[in-house]
Write a protein that binds this ligand. Structure first.
Ligand code: IMP
Ligand code: MG
Length: 181
């Protein structure tokens, strides 16, 4: 069993490179079925989605555009009021098909904020694709259009996902464990 250590925690191999590649290819196929007759704009949510987006768009065989957004949260004027702002979208999205690409959807809080900020941009349609989804944790009504893989409610790292900054460069996905070897 391959166990790795990041900061103070141990992680065990959970999803292989090949399984990720297969899930990504399936997602690209499904999205292509719905979007191939137009030029969708794929929007990756930074930081976590950078690896997934890079692989996804290379498996998408039709015309597309690619962009990234980041949800920055900072303290507002009073200490209790946290402001979320979406940065990175400069394109005119009027009449366009947008597909948000997420690495993982957990509670859905992040996604909800991002979705809301796209709603008033006069897009033609707004779809959501995520590589990993934790169905037992998801708390929102928002439908997820494309899911790569449902996973159990345990913390994972790798393939773009981090634990306090570490692990994003791992080619496979690892799950938090109490085992140490
Ligand atoms: P949500 O707002 O609860 O859906 O969480 C979304 C964000 O939290 C993701 O985009 C990730 O950046 C992070 N996240 C959620 N679950 C995990 C995990 O298991 N490992 C690493 N990051 C995660
Ligand atoms: Mg993310």
């Amino acid at each position: 069993m391959s166990i790795i250590k990041l900061h103070d925690k141990y992680f065990k191999k959970y999803i292989t490179k090949d399984q990720i590649a297969e899930a990504t290819a399936q997602l690209a196929k499904q999205v292509a079925k719905d979007c191939r007759n137009e030029t969708p704009i794929f929007i990756g949510v930074l930081n976590g989605s950078f690896v997934f987006v890079a692989d996804f768009v290379r498996k998408y065989k039709f015309n597309c555009e690619v962009s990234f957004v980041k949800l920055s949260s900072y303290q507002g004027t009073s200490s209790t009021d946290v402001v979320h702002e979406l940065i990175g979208i400069n394109e005119d999205l009027t009449g366009r098909t947008i597909v948000i690409l997420e690495d993982i959807i957990d509670t859905g809080t992040t996604l909800h904020k991002i979705y809301d900020s796209f709603k008033n941009k006069n897009v033609k349609q707004l779809k959501i694709a995520t590589l990993f989804f934790k169905p037992d944790v998801y708390r929102k009504e928002l439908p997820i259009d494309y899911i790569g893989k449902n996973i159990e409610d345990k913390f994972i790292v790798g393939y773009g996902l981090d634990y306090n900054g570490l692990g994003r460069n791992l080619p496979a996905v690892y799950q938090l464990t109490t085992e140490t070897n």
